[in-house]
Design a protein around this ligand. Structure first.
Ligand SMILES: [Zn+2]
Length: 338
């Protein structure tokens, strides 16, 4: 069936009009834009206590590479008389509020807010954490515009050590969503762990690197494509899942490749390329005759160079000369295909 949206884009193509994708889709989440200034990183990022600014960037940047930080910790620019941060936090793109946590004791993110955006047909979720407070009139379903103030920066968190005044920052993420049945999956697989945030649990959101996205967009201007950015992630590993119906296939349909053999013989599973954080950025349908083993999840290959640089998610592990999917990798694939 041809959807209305496809029909509309086809018409625009026929008429030679520009397509609907906006140029420069992402706005900085605060007035701090030092990321674009030469040597500005120290004024943009806040490191963890006693560590350099790099520990406030995205990736395997903590505990010698073994701990992931899934967002950017962006330094505050404005303080009140008591030294508390007062920077307005801004929506990174046009979107809709999907979740607000106003109970800081329930999360290491403290007060946080999540917006949903549709960019080039992709569902992207921005997250803003450690807020003093989210704007009181915002609630799930409310639409916001790019650059609109949505909250005030703070330093809320439920961790024992807390966040000092000096380290006040907004923790900013750009995520894809693994599965809209997360809450059921959690109940089944983690019955002893509380889930206070439904589908908006951190395990269900996979971060992309917002720094690279902002820099690429700055460099490429209207030529920037988020879809292209996601499709060109560095591969950590390649796996096959023997599942043929899971939400990712529809939600991120643009990442699917065609495979005439599977299309004529029937699809028996999917081959996925995962980046170091587990984002399936390439999805290839596979016929039964193309899948060698019976296991539900099979590891096809590992890019060892990428594993050396970014091991922190522990998706795969090496035993002697042999690689296998580690507990975290199996967990991710189970949730993805649940
Ligand atoms: Zn952070």
């Amino acid at each position: 069936m041809i959807t209305l949206r496809r029909l509309a884009s086809a018409l625009l193509l026929v008429l030679g009009l520009p397509t609907l994708a906006p140029a420069q889709p992402f706005h900085f989440p605060t007035a701090n834009h030092a990321l674009f200034e030469p040597g500005g990183e120290e004024r943009f990022f806040v490191g963890t206590t006693g560590k350099s600014w790099t520990s406030g960037t995205f990736g395997c940047v903590r505990s010698e590479g073994w701990q992931m930080h899934e967002g950017l910790d962006i330094r505050c620019l404005q303080r009140d008389k008591r030294g508390e941060p007062t920077d307005p936090v801004l929506a990174t793109a046009d979107g809709t509020v999907v979740y607000i946590n106003r109970h800081p004791s329930l999360s290491n993110y403290g007060n946080y807010l999540i917006l949903k955006h549709i960019i080039e047909g992709l569902e992207i979720y921005s997250l803003y954490a450690h807020l003093q407070e989210a704007r009181s009139d915002l609630a799930p379903g409310v639409a916001v515009k790019s650059g609109e103030p949505i909250a005030t920066m703070g330093r809320t968190a439920n961790t024992h050590e807390g966040i000092s005044k000096e380290r006040a920052h907004v923790h900013f993420e750009l995520n894809v969503l693994l599965n809209d049945r997360y809450a059921f999956w959690h109940k089944k697989n983690l019955p002893d762990q509380r889930n206070d945030h439904g589908n908006w649990n951190g395990q269900n959101l996979l971060g992309l690197d917002p720094r690279l996205i902002l820099l690429k967009q700055h460099e490429m201007g209207s030529q920037f494509s988020l879809l292209n950015f996601i499709q060109h992630q560095t591969e950590l590993c390649r796996v096959v899942v023997r599942k043929t119906d899971f939400p990712w296939l529809k939600r991120y349909h643009a990442l699917l490749k065609s495979n005439p053999r599977a299309e004529s013989e029937g699809v028996a599973g999917y081959e996925l390329a995962l980046n170091f954080n587990g984002v399936p950025f390439e999805v290839i349908p596979r016929a039964a005759s193309e899948i060698r083993e019976k296991a539900a999840f099979q590891l096809l290959s590992v890019n060892q160079a990428e594993y050396q640089v970014n091991p922190g998610r522990r998706l795969v592990a090496r035993h002697g000369r042999h690689w296998e999917l580690a507990h975290q990798g199996l967990n991710l694939l189970d949730l993805l295909t649940f």
